[in-house]
Design a protein around this ligand. Structure first.
Ligand code: AGP
Length: 606
């Protein structure tokens, strides 16, 4: 999973490409490279390591030009190294690529037999060689690119340039790619935040699209060369939004953005007076026929589904089955012909979730995406979509996407509840009222973040944590544990609190803090009993609750109180101190919070 960018416009391609790469680094950052076209010649530089290493290496000497390509890599084929870094060049063709060419070995063998020599272990390197081998037969650069793409199996987002021709070609299949339309310049990129500082007008390429950028003009065709029309969309993300806004890390900025992200996700959709929810982009089948709803995702988005299940089943009384996308896609799920499949993804590019969507569509089921990235694959290929309006989420650890996903589930429950007769206008008005209070309640938690930081400093030396919660608090602790482990590298696991006696209680001693999420809800008394069991074994309890008079308040090692809300919305509040605790521990430990080791922001490969 990598980040690609290409530019054609005025002079100064190098700085524009390097800046874009810096914004793409969360997509992958084990090596980087750049190619600059200047009056027909192409100069190329690649480095293992981060974009800053590449920028330092090329300095200012001679890397000027009006067109170019650049790439930041997250290795899938071939170890991170300079020779495996992109761009890859063969003859006079230079290419950057994101995706996986599944038939690269057979193509490579054929090309070798034709006399081509390869210098890398990557699948990508076959692309420039293949294009070069087709130039004479195709009769043109564009024709050769089109012919080569037709021979590729798998996924690609590519940028291609050729010495001697002032043409930039971009193409996409399954991996994301967009064309930014600037002032006398065009920029191709893997996603919008990379180039939002240059333009907010984008064309999101569809599968098999080829964009040909030549002397200030843009033409989009399909693989057969027929021109296709694509809508130009404007994304209201200022450049500043995609920057850190004064925070030390994107993750902290995004935690603190949650009040606004949730407000933005509600705007235009809640009509409290009318007791109505509006989803302009929703196009569902007859919901009264639905006998079962599926919620499918990966990682944090899967945890949002687990909460969505509680929200839906408590109010709609329709069975909900949740599944991890990488399980769903291979277990031949038993799907009813009228089932509704909801797929959740912040990026809209997660390979397993997209594959699950395709499996559902193959079974002719209605697919609904809950997604944060406009124009992403999942959002375009599902039958309908509801966007979270969280704004760009750059930090690898998902935060505001999660809380806005839960808000969308809550609004969707209200929308469906009205149509199923499970909720009347008064119910919806009351529940909308509770939802509208959430942004302010989160703000009060954020205003008390220093006490979380103090708590993190006290506990950051522990190497193991256990997170426990019951009912809707169980997915909350799953998410809290994921936050801690993925950015601090501290081992953290979550269990349904009622499961303690079935194994985890053996782990409890003074060396492992136990995090409890225990609001005063229907699970409260039983969770207090679990805390007693932990304290009896000298366990250290960190209690997160909505009740200042919690029965265990005076006996635990740490207590953090969040505002109370209704059962279905409480997780949005309970998760915020857990996000902050994970962040502060990681920051104090000095890990790379925004780009944790081994992780990428969007897992676009299996
Ligand atoms: C969450 O903090 C992780 N970065 C990861 O689990 C993520 O939620 C998962 O990869 C799914 O990503 P998506 O929402 O973009 O599909």
């Amino acid at each position: 999973m990598c980040g690609i960018v290409g530019y054609q416009g005025r002079e100064g391609a190098r700085d524009i490409l390097i800046e874009a790469l810096r914004r793409l680094e969360y997509r992958g950052y084990d090596s980087a490279g750049i190619a600059i076209w200047n009056n027909g010649t192409v100069r190329l530089a690649r480095r293992q390591g981060k974009v800053s290493d590449l920028a330092e290496a090329i300095g200012d000497d001679g890397f000027n030009g009006s067109m170019g390509l650049a790439h930041t890599r997250w290795a899938t084929h071939g170890v991170p190294s300079e020779r495996n870094a992109h761009p890859h060049k063969a003859a006079d063709i230079t290419v950057v690529h994101n995706g996986i060419i599944e038939n690269y070995l057979e193509l490579k063998e054929t090309l070798k037999e034709e006399g081509h020599t390869f210098t890398s272990d990557t699948d990508t390197e076959v692309i420039p060689h293949l294009i070069a081998s087709l130039l004479s037969k195709a009769g043109s650069f564009e024709g050769a690119v089109r012919a080569a793409l037709r021979m590729l199996k798998g996924s690609y987002a590519v940028g291609v340039i050729r010495e001697g021709e002032d043409i930039l070609i971009a193409a996409k299949k399954e991996s994301p790619l967009l064309v930014g339309i600037g002032d006398k310049e065009f920029i191709i990129a893997s996603d919008a935040p990379a180039i939002i500082n240059r333009t907010n007008r984008f064309i999101f390429l569809e599968d098999d699209d080829i964009a040909v950028i030549q002397k200030g003009t843009l033409r989009i065709t399909n693989l057969d060369g027929d021109e296709v029309e694509r809508e130009t969309r404007s994304v209201q993300w200022s450049g500043a939004m995609a920057e850190k806004g004064g925070y030390r890390h994107f993750m902290l900025k995004e935690i603190f953005e949650q009040p606004r992200a949730i407000s933005d996700t509600l705007i235009g959709r809640i009509q409290q007076e009318e007791g109505e929810i509006l989803f302009e982009e929703l196009d569902l089948p007859d919901i009264t026929k639905v006998r079962k709803i599926w919620m499918v995702a990966c990682g944090t988005s899967y945890h949002a589904c687990l909460i969505g299940k509680h929200i839906f089943e408590a109010n709609l009384r329709i069975p909900v089955e949740t599944d991890i996308a990488s399980e769903f896609r291979y277990r031949d799920p038993i799907l009813g012909k009228d089932d509704l499949v909801i797929l959740v993804s912040q990026s809209g590019e997660t390979a397993d979730t997209i594959a699950a969507m395709k499996e559902a569509k193959k079974r002719r089921l209605h697919t609904l995406a809950i997604c944060n990235v406009l124009g992403s694959t999942l959002s375009r290929e599902c039958h309908s979509v509801i966007y979270t309006h969280a704004g760009p989420e750059i930090g690898v650890a998902s935060t505001k996407a999660f809380t806005t996903q839960v808000c969308v589930f809550f609004m969707l429950m209200l929308y469906l509840g009205k149509r199923l007769g499970a909720l009347d206008n008064d119910d919806v008005r009351r529940l909308i009222g509770e939802l509208r209070k959430v942004p302010h309640k989160i703000q009060t938690i954020l205003d008390a973040s220093s006490s979380i930081e103090d708590n993190a400093r006290e506990n950051m030396h522990y190497r193991h944590f256990l997170y426990l919660g019951r009912g809707i608090n169980f997915p909350t602790v799953l998410e809290g544990a994921l936050k801690l482990k993925e950015i601090s590298y501290i081992h953290a696991e979550a269990y349904a609190a009622g499961e303690m006696k079935h194994g985890p209680i053996a782990l409890i001693d003074e060396n492992m803090p136990i995090v409890f999420v225990s609001p005063r809800d229907q699970t409260y008394k039983k969770t207090c009993s679990n805390m007693e069991e932990v304290l009896a074994r000298k366990g250290k309890v960190l209690l997160f609750t909505d009740d200042t008079r919690h029965d265990m308040a005076g006996r635990v090692d740490a207590l953090f109180v969040v505002p109370e809300s209704i059962y279905e919305l409480q997780p949005i509040l309970s998760i915020v101190p857990l996000q902050l605790m994970a962040y502060y521990m990681a920051n104090l430990l000095g890990t790379d919070v925004d780009q944790p080791r081994n992780l990428a922001k969007s897992v676009t490969v299996e």
